[in-house]
Structure formats: structure tokens, C-alpha cells
Design a protein around this ligand. Sequence first.
Ligand code: ACO
Length: 271
Amino acid sequence: MPNYECIKVENENRVTTVTLNRPDKRNAMSPQLNDEMLDALIRLGADPDTDVLVLTGEGDAFTAGMDLKEYFRGTEHDPVLSERAKWTMREWSYTRLRFFPRVTIAAVNGWCFGGGFMPLVSCDLAIAADEAQFGLSEVNWGILPGGLVTKDVTLALGYRDAMYYALTGKTFGGQRAKEIGLVNDSVPRAELGEAVRELTDTLLKLNPQTLRSTKEALRHSADMNYEQSADYLAAKSAQLGSRDPEKGRLKGLSQFLDTKEFKPGLAAYRR
Ligand code: ACO
């Protein structure tokens, strides 16, 4: 991995943690941070040592959203620069992250504002610290939740909560984020690392190709009608059979039906 300045990339036991690393600026997403995230996600998507990816922030913030100085004011004099900055942001935080070929987890350690909802919602799973503060703060400084933030909050939240938080700009904590379905769980900040580890341990026991196909199936079929979904999911199942080197389906069937060594309703097959 290159020596990045605005992010940190660490791998331990097949889990890669990417940390937004501008704590002095509350990990605000500058064009340089966005370039580095795009580069890292392209590399990690092809990394044989990554089975799970965790996205978090250094210090007191997950991310304070877009860097108002460098991303907005710093590019507004140059339409090409501005367009490039917007493209890079969308490319990493929507396309690359949402369709990353491994399971992704957002560990929301602190402040999460505005544009920060894009990487948050793009992650497959999310755990927050109770102390984290979330906010659709765009309305507070005269813009609407752009990029894909509006689309993301209407996907992740119910209609009333999406409207309420987008229209008031009010902040809410980790427990509230759990209550409204924005994150899977919220724990005291001191326990966030352990909660993420428990989740990654569960995922690491499962077949990574099955996980990949499952997330892709969920993401894509959501926008299809029933007939398209049925056809796509049949094709997707066939694809999983051919791209799974450990032939999980056959192992699972055999360990349940022949050797009777596990119950698929209660646990995963022995890999
Ligand atoms: N863009 C640029 N710089 C930022 C941002 C940001 N989004 N957030 C924080 N910073 C900078 C501050 O300007 C300050 O820089 P300085 O030390 O050079 O003066 C430094 O980070 C520390 O910020 P403070 O405000 O002093 O930190 P504090 O802990 O008191 O407050 C908080 C944290 C609440 C996150 C506050 O910084 C804040 O409100 N930030 C903006 C949040 C926001 O609304 N983001 C935009 C969302 S909309 C969108 O993303 C499209």
C-alpha cells in the first residue's frame, strides 16, 4: 500500500481497517482524502488478504462530512476541479464501497455529518458508539443533502425520520441511530472495538464468496421487479457455484445430510 497522508490502512487476521485520518479537521473529506480512499478501495478490492473491511475514523470523529474549505470553496473557482472532486467522492463512497467485493462494516466512533452518510450507508453493516453524534447538517448552512445523501437517507431511514432529520438538522446519538435503523447496533465507545471484533469473527467463519454473492444479490435485486429478481437470483446462484473455490454448498449439504456434523439452522458448516 502507498504511504497515504489522509487515511490509514491496516490488516490483521484477514480484516482490513481503513481509518479516515485527519483528526485535526475532524476527518473532513478533502479532495486528497477522497483520492486516497478511491486508490485504497481499488487496491483492497483485489487484495487476497482482505475478507472483511472496516471503515472508521481517527480521534473524535467518524467524519465531519465534506471539507467545506477544500472540497467546496477550494474547487468552486474551477469547474473541472469541482467536477473531478465530486466524481472521486461519488466513485469511492458510493460505487467502490457499496459494491466492494467483501463485507464492509462502518465503525462510527464519533461525529458523522452530511456527506459522511454516504460512506456510512454504503457499508453493509454499521456499529456506532453511543457517544457518536449524527447530523444532516446541510440545512444549517444553506444547502440540501446533495451527492447521494438524500437518496441514502431515504433508503436507510423511514420517511418520517429522513424528513425530520434533513429538515431540522438536529443531531442524534448512537442509540437513536440504532432505533431508527441507521446502524445495526450501538455500544459505549470503549466497547466499540470489541463489538466490531465480535462481528468480524462471525463473518470470518463464513464462506467469503457466499457473503459476496449475498450482498450483491441484496443490493441489486432491490431495484428489480419480481420477474427480473427471480431470473437474476437464479443466475447469481449459478455464478456462486462456479466462483466458489471451496464448493461451500456441497460441503454444507454433505456435513448435514451425510456426516450429520452440524445443523445449518443453528451454525455454519466447517470450512
Ligand atoms: N470542513 C472543513 N473543516 C472542518 C470541518 C469540515 N466539515 N469540520 C471541522 N473542520 C475543521 C475546523 O474548521 C477546525 O479547523 P481549524 O483548527 O483549522 O480551525 C477543525 O476542523 C476542528 O473543528 P472544531 O469545529 O474546532 O471542532 P469541534 O470538536 O469543536 O466541533 C464539529 C466538531 C461539531 C464536527 C464541528 O467541527 C462542525 O460542526 N463541523 C462541520 C460539520 C458539518 O456540518 N459538515 C458539513 C456537512 S454537509 C456536507 O458534508 C455536504
